[in-house]
Write a protein that binds this ligand. Structure first.
Ligand SMILES: O=C(O)CCC(=O)C(=O)O
Ligand SMILES: [Fe+2]
Length: 202
């Protein structure tokens, strides 16, 4: 019996069709999650994301970083970036994510949202450089934020909340058939760090 309704079924697919999303809940309790947040805040080479969109040079408020097994070049929004070598904590978090997801990853994109004013618009992570239909493991630290999926054809949406220290895994045809976004919100004033472990084709 689960009196506090805290049980999370990690095998449950949160998507109704055309993809698989599993939410593992908090892999780390508060103290450990906050420790990772602080260390990542200090040790990651955070940079404002630059993009060229419709001929305009745009600098986002959100900060990003890109790490990998090798100095992979990752291009998005017409701007290419070279992956930095893993830090100690990223190596630890990669190993934990790989064990949970039952797969391996060779790179990680990190996002730092300073508060609820910053988010990410609907997109899917289906760039050619990523292995098709490979799993993406998403770790969250700091402020809890809402996260949505929207089916590309039916427009059906699925909403969930990404807690401090939690893991979400998106796999199978999820990126082919669904978009996802992190909406901005006035309710959140604290920062959040997100790590998405990925597999690049090399
Ligand atoms: O911040 C998040 O939870 C999602 C980030 C994301 O979708 C991405 O980096 O592609
Ligand atoms: Fe994404």
């Amino acid at each position: 019996m689960d009196l506090f309704n805290t049980t999370i079924d990690i095998d449950k697919n949160l998507l109704p069709y055309d993809g698989t999303v599993n939410y593992y809940g908090k892999l780390f309790q508060h103290v450990e999650a906050n420790h990772y947040f602080d260390v990542l805040m200090k040790t990651i080479e955070w940079k404002n994301d630059e993009a060229f969109i419709m001929g305009k040079h745009i600098i986002t408020k959100r900060k990003v970083a890109w790490y990998g097994d090798e100095a992979y070049s990752y291009t998005y929004s017409n701007k290419s970036k070279m992956a930095l070598p893993w830090t100690k904590e990223l190596q630890e978090l990669k190993k934990i994510s790989e064990e949970q997801a039952g797969t391996t990853f060779n790179s990680c994109l990190l996002n730092l949202y300073h508060n609820g004013d910053e988010g990410m618009a609907y997109h899917s992570d289906d760039e050619k450089a990523l292995a098709k239909d490979s799993a993406i493991a998403s770790l969250s630290f700091g402020a809890e934020r809402k996260f949505l999926f929207k089916h590309k054809k039916t427009k059906e949406t699925v909403t969930l909340f990404l807690e401090n220290g939690s893991l979400l895994v998106m796999k199978d045809e999820t990126q082919t058939n669904w978009l996802h976004r992190l909406p901005t919100t006035r309710k959140v004033s604290m920062p959040r760090i997100n790590l998405t472990f990925r597999t690049m084709v090399v």
